[in-house]
Design a protein. Structure first.
Length: 160
């Protein structure tokens, strides 16, 4: 039997320890959070992307009475970026939730897969920051693979 191991590296920082760009993303998260539409889950989520040109794009979750028809904040922000800035790289991405929770606001598996696809299309890893707004601390991952180590990528499809 052969074992395959991957080590994950996450770093915790207080709000004061975050860089100016990371703090800009936190401010963008807070500003966009009221735009979340979460009448069913009561779990508002905000996401923000810092692009290589300095622009920040935000997104919030948008629920629907037909649950599968809603969309997570991360994918709202990423798909907006893909449409408006298709060739601009993402430097970092941040996520927070409006509800008080004990754990960090990790993206769901579907969002992680989309994040992995966006990262795969660029030359540098995306820093992912999960911001716990009630504790004023962030958990940082350099590269989506720190959160989804075995992402499905286009090379898995083989030649088409």
């Amino acid at each position: 039997m052969k074992e395959l191991k991957k080590e994950l590296l996450l770093e915790e920082r207080s709000l004061d320890e975050l860089s100016k760009d990371q703090q800009r993303l936190v401010a963008a998260l807070e500003q966009s959070l009221p735009n979340a539409y979460a009448p069913y889950s009561h779990f508002p989520v905000s996401a923000a992307l810092l692009l290589a040109n300095g622009n920040i794009i935000t997104g919030t979750n948008q629920e629907n009475a037909a649950y599968p028809s809603g969309l997570c904040a991360e994918r709202v922000a990423l798909f907006h970026k893909g449409h408006q800035y298709p060739d601009m790289e993402i430097v970092r991405m941040a996520v927070t939730v409006g509800k008080e929770i004990e754990t960090f606001p990790f993206p769901c598996g579907a969002c992680l897969q989309v994040m992995a696809e966006f990262q795969h299309r660029q030359t540098a890893p995306i820093e992912v920051m999960m911001y716990h707004r009630h504790k004023k601390i962030a958990l940082l991952a350099v590269g989506v693979e720190q959160l989804l180590p075995f992402a499905f990528i286009k090379e898995h499809l083989g030649k088409t």
